[in-house]
Each structure stands twice: as C-alpha cells, then as structure tokens.
Design a protein around this ligand. Structure first.
Ligand SMILES: CC(C)C[C@H](NC(=O)[C@@H](N)CC(C)C)C(=O)O
Length: 714
C-alpha cells in the first residue's frame, strides 16, 4: 500500500487480531534479545577485553543506556514528521544491525593480535570500532522503540480496542521473553573459548549472536510488509507544533493586558494563525506530557534493580541447594515474573476488579504501580537491616582497624599502645579487629628481648599486623574493607615455610611474605602448593563474600597441607538471596501496572499523527529516571543503605500522591473523536481537512512575509 494513502486498509485477521501484529511482536522479541544480550556482556567486554578500570567501564555503560532512552525522540520525529513509522523502523533497524555487526567485529582480538599473545595489540582500533558500534546501536534501538509500539497499535481497527490492549500486554511479554533468554544465553557464549591464533573468551560469539538476531528481526519485519497498515506522516508535524506553541506564547504575551478577554486554554492564542485541528492535537499531547512530569521517579527506583539491588545481592548467599545463583543473575527474576504476572493481571486480577464494579482506570493503575514500587523499596530496606546485622563493623573514615596474625613459633603477648593487650597463639590471630581512633601505634612483643616497633595505621582502613618467624621484621598488610565484589571471596596466604612457595594461580611467595588478595568463586576450590619437587594439595569450600588469610606453617609438606590454618577476616554472607524475591515481586507487579498501562495510555491518548512522539515522551521518562539515579549516585549516599531505600520509597509515595491529584483532573479522551469533531466544526471532510493543514503549513512562511502576523483584537 502506498504510504501516501491516509485511510486504513482492512487487514487480514486471525482470532480477531490483525495477522500483521505477529510480525511486529516477533520483531520485538528478536530486537530485545539482541539489545539485552549485548548489554549483558558489555561491561565485561569493557573490563576484560579493553582492560578499562571498573569506573570507566560502568560510566560508559550507563552513558550508553541513557543514550538508548534519549534517541527515541529522534526516531519519533523522523517517523511522525518525515519517513513514517514503517520506513523509520526499516532504516533505523539497518543502522542498528550494522552497529551490532560492528560491535561483534570489534571483539575479535585476532584482528590486531600480531604477536599472537591473546590480547589485541591495537586497542585504539578496538575502542574506536566498539564506540562506533554502540552509537549506531543506541541510534537504532532508541530510534525504533517508540515507532514499533505505535506501529503495532496502528494495525488495529476502531472495533478492536480490547485486542489493542491485549496487544500491548503481549508486546511487553515479548520484550521480557527476549531479554530473559538473551541474558541467560550470551554470558554462556562469552564463557566459551574461541580464536584463530589463541583461544580466548568468546566475545565475538556473545556479540555475534545478538547481531544475527537483529538481522532476523529486520527480515521478519520486512516479511510482514504487505500486511501492514501504514500511516503516512503529515508533513513536518514537529516543526509545526513548535511554531504553533511559539506563536501562542508570543500572542498571549502581546495580549497580556486585562482588556483582552481570557481564553479557555493558552493554546487558543494560536487560533488567529493556526488550524484548529493542529491546536486541538497539541492540547491533547501537552495534557499527557504534563501528566508525565512526576513519572521519572518510578524509573529511578525501578532501575536500581541493576545497581543497588545487585550490590545488595553481593552481600547475600545465593546457595539455593539445587543451584547456585550469582548476584547479577538475581535480576532475571524480573523478566521471569513479568512472564507470569502479565497474563495473571490481564486474565484474572483486572477482570476481577472490574467484576467487583471498581473503576480501575489506567491512571489509577499507574498510581497503584508506583505504590507497589515504593513497597518494594520498603522490603529492600527491611532486607538491608537484616544484612547489616551480619556485616562486619567496618571502620569509619576517622578510625583504623587492626588485627594481629602470629606465625612465630610460640604464643605471644602483644601490647598495642596505650592499653590493648592480646594473647595470640602460634599460627593464630586476634579474635577480631581492634578499632583505634588514632593512627600512630607502638607494638611490643613479649619475646626475649622484648621487640617494640612503631606503626602508622591507615585512616579508614583495615590492616593486619603479620608477625613472621622472625618477629623483628613484623609488618602491616592492608585488608579488604568492604565485601568482595560479585559475591566472590578474597583470599591470601602467609608463607611460614622456610623457602619460596608456588601456589596455583598465584605468584611465587617468599618466606614470611603475604600474598595480595585473590578473588575466588563460591564452591570447592583446590590449590597446589609447591617447592621444588615437594608438593601438597589443599582444598577449601567457600561460601559468598568472605575473606580469609591462610597461614602456611613450616611443616606444610610433611603433613600433606593438613596444618594450614585459616583466619577468617570477614564472615561469609549469611542472609539468603531468596529474601530479595518479595522486593522483586513487588517492583514487577508495580511495573506491570505502571509500565504496560503507560504504554497503552500513551498510545490511546495521542492524536493519530503524534503517536510515536508520545511514545518517545513516555520513554523519555525512563531516561530522566536513569539520569536521576546517576545524580543521586554522584551526590553520595546516606550513611545507611536501608535509610536510602526508605528515602526513595517515601519520595515515590509523595510523587504518587501528586500524580493521583493530577490524574484526578485528567479527562480521558478519544483523539479520533475530537479530531472528527473539530473537522465537523470546520465543515470539512477528513481528507479535505488534512490537505488544508498541509497547505496552511506551506503558506505559513509566505503569509508571515507578506502580511506579518495577523493582529486580531478579540
Ligand atoms: C518499558 C521500558 C522502559 C523498558 C522495558 N523493560 C522491561 O520490560 C524490563 N522488565 C526488562 C528487564 C530485562 C529489565 C523494555 O522495553 O526493555
């Protein structure tokens, strides 16, 4: 069908649904697979392929995500003003697929690995290529996002309003099915080894599969081509909207004297120059955009699943018996719950509420969704309070903490000035850290002769005083002062053996020295200790988030590693990750009520020619929410994490009250009906009217030049 045709064609139907939406939901599934699959391994690619530090990797990642939710505006303007949704989706999907392919190519280390050592030789090449890829992806994914949902909505005829609502739910299910599958699959692909010259983690496969899915998404969308209802853009609508609003403001200002009668709406001040239909459409859009102002707060809480909640999970135990859940895998609970909750809400809860005679309108649903998100944060705060009870007492910024480890041959009486006395047996340690509010200390050992040494402790730090076999060379070693990242365990070894030792995956340690911390995953780990021909094997089962110092005695080889002692610097996590399920359940219930409804609402309240624009406005609330998270993270946190959770919950409750008041004054509209009414008032047939709108636009500039702005006194 020609895009210039403005009438909807009768579409082929199956069970009351247009067949064309099948292609749209499959397209969305593949696209979301592609997007979330790539996102799942992106930070690891930055960190371990490009070798960026944690901060740079996280910042670029968040900047990319924010860009993905800002580009919808661009896509919507292109679609509604220039190309139409169909062509915009095709062109921007091509850009998107090129971006994904570029990204996948940038991860092939062999391209620049001339010396074949497994790492790229020209990082600039890989960084430039991946940044180009990410920009194209952000442009593509963000650009098509408002168009696909709106284009799906366009496929329905007026009598299919019930099916239209179901479509948005199915659409949301596809988003989450695609993202769930890809977040499970791409990390597995990344963990494979591949390469031409050397075998490395297989990033090309982890990024390549999302690229293939994006190509499939495009092919599926094109395959449905002949069946779509395609609505044409009506000239440069965004430009007309801006000019019309500008004129209304200017004209209102010119007629600010009280001698001019008031008008019903400030946009009515554009009546002198602009078409009534355009003004009516702008009023509809502005009304909805005004309602969106408080909404970013929901996303501010929602998007902390990926940051604060994942960090919270790193201080919890993920041992579910039959399987082990890593802290970041906990996030998959959200799409899993979406897949179950959307049908339950749609088929059971909402119809039940309706049967009870309650009017659960879209804006009421969104308010309740916000309250659920607030409750999720209260639940997160309660979990945090439980976790805090089990966390070590870390030093404040003005305090220093010290522990003593004795690898001397006998028990020692250790005096730390002025009045700390510790009795520490051989190959043992002080029971816990001693906290000091000053940094300079003097340590005396009851050896013969007495050994005394002065030390300066690190402010805000945790350290261990290692007393080796020769106590005169006792020294301080810095300890971890927060839970090890990703729920891993931090371990180190003190060599009490008389010669150098080699330990699996660690550098060789000199006698009396202590290794730096190494991070090990949960589960049973084996270490082989070696000196020349002698060796022994040492096994240890680890939980989540603990820290240990292993003391190796001089008898290590004669007793087959049995005599290695363990000092627990930090206890393993004991609060179970299952306690996060209620907060995930609450936030996901909130998401179904808020986000799925918001998607439908944005479509249903938008005039025909501004559907993508309003979808983009809706997505922008998400971008602003993400920016608020970044600002809050920069401004620093409250001293207690649970207090920060409660603060966010209270803010969202306050915002939801404001939103409910705004919603109370909002009257739902049927844009098509209003448009028809305006046309009728103007005595125009629909098509004549549209023609006139375009003509008016074309004449607009000439009129301005020829006769200036018409000054009508009302
Ligand atoms: C509506 C959106 C701003 C985001 C939407 N996300 C979801 O549906 C999440 N439940 C997915 C999950 C994997 C984070 C999207 O379109 O991606």
């Amino acid at each position: 069908m020609d895009e210039t045709t403005k009438k909807k064609k009768k579409t082929a139907e199956c069970c009351g649904y247009p067949i064309s939406i099948f292609f749209i939901v499959v397209n969305e599934f593949c696209e979301r697979f592609s997007y979330y699959g790539m996102r799942a391994v992106l930070v690891l690619y930055f960190r371990y392929f490009l070798l960026w530090d944690d901060d740079l990797a996280t910042s670029i990642y968040h900047a990319f995500v924010a860009l993905c939710y800002l580009t919808p505006i661009l896509g919507a303007i292109i679609a509604d003003s220039w190309l139409g949704k169909f062509k915009t989706i095709i062109y921007l999907s091509i850009v998107y697929a090129i971006g994904q392919v570029t990204m996948a190519i940038s991860t092939i280390h062999d391209i620049t690995d001339a010396n074949r050592d497994g790492t790229p030789d020209n990082f600039t090449f890989h960084i430039a290529l991946s940044m180009l890829g990410l920009i194209l992806i952000a442009l593509g994914t963000g650009g098509i996002k408002p168009c696909v949902a709106a284009f799906g909505g366009d496929q329905f005829q007026e009598h299919q309003s019930r099916q239209l609502n179901t479509f948005f739910s199915v659409f949301y299910l596809c988003i989450n099915a695609g993202s769930l599958l890809s977040t499970l699959i791409t990390p597995v692909l990344r963990a494979q080894e591949c390469g031409i010259h050397t075998q490395q983690q297989c990033y090309p496969l982890a990024f390549g599969v999302p690229a293939v899915l994006m190509v499939i998404s495009l092919v599926v969308f094109i395959a449905g081509s002949g069946m779509y209802v395609k609505t044409d853009p009506e000239g440069n609508i965004m430009w007309s909207v801006c000019k019309c609003i500008g004129f209304a403001i200017k004209n209102r200002f010119r007629h600010r004297s009280s001698s001019y009668p008031k008008r019903e709406h400030w946009m009515d001040w554009a009546n002198e120059k602009y078409d009534k239909l355009l003004i009516a459409q702008i009023k509809m859009v502005l009304k909805v955009l005004f309602l969106y102002i408080p909404l970013p707060m929901f996303w501010t809480l929602f998007d902390q699943k990926g940051s604060r909640w994942t960090l919270q999970a790193t201080t919890m135990s993920g041992d579910f018996g039959a399987f082990i859940l890593q802290p970041d895998q906990m996030q998959t609970v959200n799409p899993i719950l979406i897949l179950t909750l959307v049908p339950i809400m749609d088929r059971l809860i909402f119809p039940l509420i309706q049967k009870c005679g309650l009017n659960f309108s879209p804006l009421k649903r969104m308010t309740v969704g916000m309250l659920f998100a607030a409750m999720a944060f209260v639940s997160a705060a309660l979990v945090q309070i439980e976790i805090d009870k089990t966390l070590p007492n870390f030093p404040s910024s003005s305090e220093s903490q010290l522990k003593v480890v004795n690898t001397y041959s006998t028990t020692l009486n250790v005096t730390i000035s002025p009045n700390e006395h510790l009795l520490i047996e051989s190959f043992g340690s002080s029971a816990d850290y001693v906290t000091f509010d000053h940094q300079d200390i003097t340590v005396s050992l009851n050896t013969n002769p007495v050994i005394t040494k002065a030390f300066s402790l690190i402010k805000g730090g945790r350290q261990t005083l290692i007393i080796p076999s020769d106590p005169t060379v006792m020294y301080l070693k810095e300890d971890v002062k927060s839970k090890p990242r990703e729920g891993k365990n931090a371990i180190r070894f003190v060599n009490g053996y008389t010669a150098d030792l080699n330990i699996t995956n660690l550098d060789s340690i000199e006698p009396s020295a202590t290794t730096n911390y190494t991070l090990v995953n949960q589960g049973k780990r084996d270490f082989v200790l070696r000196h020349g021909e002698q060796w022994c094997e040492f096994s240890r089962k680890f939980g989540f988030g603990a820290s240990y110092t292993f003391l190796i005695p001089s008898t290590v080889f004669s007793d087959d590693c049995e005599s290695i002692t363990e000092v627990e610097d930090m206890k393993p996590n004991s609060v179970h990750m299952a306690l996060q399920i209620p907060q995930y359940f609450l936030i996901t219930t909130g998401e179904v009520m808020f986000s799925v409804t918001g998607l439908q609402f944005s479509y249903s309240q938008a005039p025909k020619n501004m559907k993508s624009v309003l979808q983009a406005g809706w997505l922008c609330t998400n971008a602003v929410g993400n920016i608020i998270v970044l600002i809050v993270a920069e401004l620093g946190k409250l001293p207690k994490q649970w207090a920060e959770y409660l603060l966010f919950a209270s803010l969202l409750v306050a915002v939801s009250i404001i939103f409910s008041i705004m919603a109370y004054f909002y009257t739902y509209i049927d844009p098509a009906e209003i448009e028809a009414q305006v046309r009728k008032e103007q005595g125009l047939e629909p098509e004549e009217m549209e023609k006139e709108t375009i003509e008016m636009e074309e004449k607009d500039e000439d009129q301005k030049n020829e006769q200036g702005v018409k000054q009508t006194k009302i």
